[in-house]
Design a protein around this ligand. Structure first.
Ligand SMILES: Nc1ncnc2c1ncn2[C@@H]1O[C@H](COP(=O)(O)OP(=O)(O)OP(=O)(O)O)[C@@H](O)[C@H]1O
Length: 325
């Protein structure tokens, strides 16, 4: 088990992480999600032992991560950290960049393992290409194969798909996370993209203002976000008093409503004035106002600016959200 106990950290005097506590079981995949600058990379660097902490402790099973003051080569050998800088060997081929890190002696096994990893990152056709001729996204894929070649017990992924184009992102995600599960590798992924998380993580940790504000399964976090910040990690969301949508409701409680959960209704619900419509492919995202506040909802066609609409939500959504604030 990976264990982070009461870790706080500051660069100079600026506090970045405060009293972080976290446990990740062997073979589990935990995502750390939060807005840019909230400390995701810093937390991964602490866990890997690249940054020295003065407060708190990090353990992998019985061994403590001691940090750069205690290790000649920073970073623990049983872990690998895929940072946002790829640090590849530019003048050697993709094949060599990966195979060099495999601890296998038999040439046939070495070739088999290397080819398996190149297939996983969909780079077989580039095996003999020198890394300096690759695009940023291709280099990121090679860097991924290179850390996997080292067979870590714990893998720390920092925005692992940030440079990869949308054509490949989804298949890469599926390939990589299926591979990691099969190998029973413990994974922590830092991301601000919910697509890296919802289908693939066992648990999610949400960071905000230096602290962990939520720990839950992706399903629970999505279905019952405890505030608008968490809901907004999944897309446009609103915080709405229930009695504005359902006039018969005898409560002042507010609930989170995702844009896709509103339905434009003929005559009942929240009355909004359309400000603008944005084409999103499968639907339009419409921005409206009610009582001076913006409201976001999806609609199958663009709506004219100034049009008055009623927005309604189902009882099922209300019941599901009664746990959220
Ligand atoms: N070496 C450093 N020295 C001083 N401040 C730093 C350093 N590295 C990061 N910071 C600051 O610490 C905070 C957290 O940075 P960090 O890179 O951990 O955030 P992040 O959540 O990973 O962001 P992103 O999603 O943009 O990568 C930021 O305010 C950043 O400016």
């Amino acid at each position: 088990m990976l264990q982070v106990d009461h870790v706080s950290f500051a660069y100079d005097k600026t506090l970045v992480l405060e009293d972080i506590n976290l446990k990740v079981n062997e073979g589990e995949h935990v995502c750390i999600i939060g807005e840019s600058g909230c400390g995701k990379s810093t937390l991964l660097k602490i866990i890997y032992g690249l940054l020295q902490i003065k407060t708190g402790e990090v353990y992998w099973n019985d061994s403590q991560v001691l940090g750069p003051l205690y290790n000649l080569v920073p970073g623990e050998s049983y872990m690998k950290y895929l940072s946002q800088d790829f640090d590849l060997m530019p003048y050697t081929t993709v094949y060599e960049n990966v195979s060099q890190y495999l601890s296998v002696l038999e040439p046939e096994v070495l070739a088999e393992r290397t080819n398996e990893l190149l297939e996983m990152i969909e780079m077989t056709d580039f095996a003999q290409t020198k890394v300096r001729f690759l695009s940023g996204g291709q280099q990121q894929r090679v860097a991924l194969a290179r850390v996997l070649a080292q067979e870590p017990q714990v893998l720390l992924l920092d925005e692992p798909f940030s440079h990869i184009d949308n054509f490949r992102k989804n298949s890469m995600r599926r390939n990589l996370f299926a591979y990691l599960r099969k190998q029973n590798i413990t994974v922590l992924t830092a991301t601000h993209d919910h697509n890296d998380m919802l289908p693939f993580a066992n648990r999610v940790i949400v960071l905000r203002n230096n602290r962990i504000i939520a720990k839950d399964s992706p399903e629970n976090l999505y279905r019952n976000p405890k505030d608008l910040y968490i809901a907004s990690l999944f897309g446009e969301a609103n915080k709405i008093p229930i009695n504005i949508v359902k006039s018969y409701a005898d409560t002042k409680r507010q609930i989170i409503v995702y844009a896709h959960e509103f339905k434009v209704s003929a005559k009942s619900g929240l009355e909004a004035t359309v400000k603008g419509s944005y084409y999103m492919g499968g639907h339009y995202l419409v921005v409206g106002t009610y009582e001076g506040q913006d409201v976001y909802f999806n609609h199958y066609e663009a709506l004219e600016e100034g049009k008055e609409v009623f927005l309604n939500i189902s009882i099922e959504v209300i019941n599901q959200r009664m746990g959220s604030v």
